[in-house]
Design a binder for this molecule. Structure first.
Ligand SMILES: Cc1ncc(COP(=O)(O)O)c(C=O)c1O
Length: 396
């Protein structure tokens, strides 16, 4: 007897690196004699800055490295203190705070944006607050006019993590242009990919110079301006000018090959984003509102994942199990807890820093932790497939 197999499947990411990307890369490899950080990286940084609408960008080997350097630059420029951060986050955002000696101050999220709850931020601001490190989750914009006002009122920095939200907009302007610094990831599963990679963006020249040095062992010769380099040369006359190390730093450089991929991918990003937004809106429209929460603020959003959140009235561990059974039996790859697996306050690494978090102060993140998911959303998914997925989900 013939075995009947379920052919349906839906991976988290597909077609993110095309044949064209690969042939561009092969031609590049054949003609270049430099492979590490060089002119192709600079070219990618310039193109990325132009695409985003910022003055400076620094290409690094991952979004996590972007997180790490942006907090290191903040420490150099503003000194140590507290950082306001959402618990729905990628782990490296919190690690970058801890590794740089800052104290994370967690504020619950808002279910409509999945970002920081603007109502709760002001209470968390103290004299020690140095920055709000906000994360735009799964393509949704997390900025609000009130958050912008708070930053100005208390004269604190804004760092935007846009690792999941390339091209999303707030107030008709791309996110990543509002903060003093913004971070992007080009990991394989994101809006565009350099296989591994990340970018830190800023309009502040001093920050740019610090980031360039921090990326490359703290070497002063990495600063782009003669003025910055001369400042050190004059002060440290006893040192070889090629080996002056400004700050305790890292080597988180990327390569010319990854930059070449980035340049090739960037050409498609805006068009792909339009397709992704269309997919997400179609998905939300066709989900059963009695079973799923769909009231996300999708204005300006660009989602590389289709977000699934059970409706509060319907959410319990039985309905969650039914949902997971349907996802698994139809080979729909999923991530429970959304970004970073949900509530970072529940993770082992944070236990010594925040030993006992009060669950009733974190109701929304706790809900997402238990009943939130995402599945893949890539440009090539056909409308029929989205409808099919909705039909399957609506059966739970
Ligand atoms: C919000 C967020 N920040 C940072 C990162 C880290 O990026 P990477 O995987 O490139 O290190 C990720 C990773 O997916 C992320 O989702």
């Amino acid at each position: 007897m013939k075995k009947v197999t379920n052919k349906f499947s839906h991976p988290l990411m597909s077609d993110n690196i095309t044949k064209d990307d690969i042939s561009n890369l092969i031609s590049f490899i054949k003609k270049t004699n430099r492979f590490t950080n060089g002119p192709e990286v600079k070219k990618f940084e310039t193109k990325w800055s132009n695409w985003l609408g910022v003055k400076y960008s620094v290409f690094v080997n991952s979004g996590s490295s972007a997180n790490l350097l942006s907090l290191a630059a903040l420490r150099i420029e503003k000194g140590l203190g507290e950082i306001i951060v959402p618990p729905l986050n990628w782990s490296s955002n919190i690690f970058s705070i801890i590794h740089n000696g800052f104290k994370p101050k967690f504020v619950d999220i808002n279910l409509n944006t999945l970002g920081l709850d603007e109502e709760k931020i002001e209470k968390a601001i103290t004299k020690k607050t140095k920055a709000i490190f906000l994360t735009h989750i799964l393509g949704l914009n997390a900025l609000t006019p009130r958050i912008i006002k708070l930053i100005k009122k208390y004269k604190i920095d804004l760092i935007e993590d846009c690792c999941e939200s390339h091209g999303a907009k707030f107030d008709n302007k791309k996110i990543g242009t509002f903060g003093n610094q913004s971070n992007f990831s080009f990991y394989y599963a994101h809006h565009m990919s350099t296989i591994e990679g990340g970018m830190i963006c800023t309009n502040n020249f001093n920050t740019y110079e610090n980031l360039r040095m921090l990326r490359s062992h703290g070497m002063v010769r990495e600063a782009s301006s003669l003025k910055v380099r001369n400042k050190y040369l004059k002060k440290y006359k006893d040192l070889n000018k090629d080996f002056i190390f400004s700050y305790p730093s890292y080597n988180v450089r990327s390569t010319e090959l990854n930059a070449n991929l980035g340049i090739s991918q960037l050409k498609r990003l805006t068009n792909n984003n339009l397709k992704r937004s269309k997919n997400f809106n179609l998905f939300l429209k066709n989900l059963d509102k009695n079973k799923f929460f769909v009231n996300f603020n999708t204005s300006g959003s660009v989602n590389y994942g289709l977000i699934i959140l059970l409706n509060k009235k319907f959410a319990n561990f039985k309905s969650r199990q039914r949902l997971e059974n349907i996802l698994k039996s139809n080979k729909i790859e999923f991530r429970r807890g959304m970004s970073g697996g949900g509530n970072q306050l529940r993770q082992p690494y944070i236990k010594k820093i925040v030993p006992d978090f009060k669950k009733n102060s974190y109701e929304s993140i706790e809900f997402v932790h238990k009943f939130g998911y995402y599945i893949g959303n890539y440009p090539s998914i056909k409308k029929e497939k989205i409808m099919q997925i909705c039909k399957l989900l609506n059966c739970i």
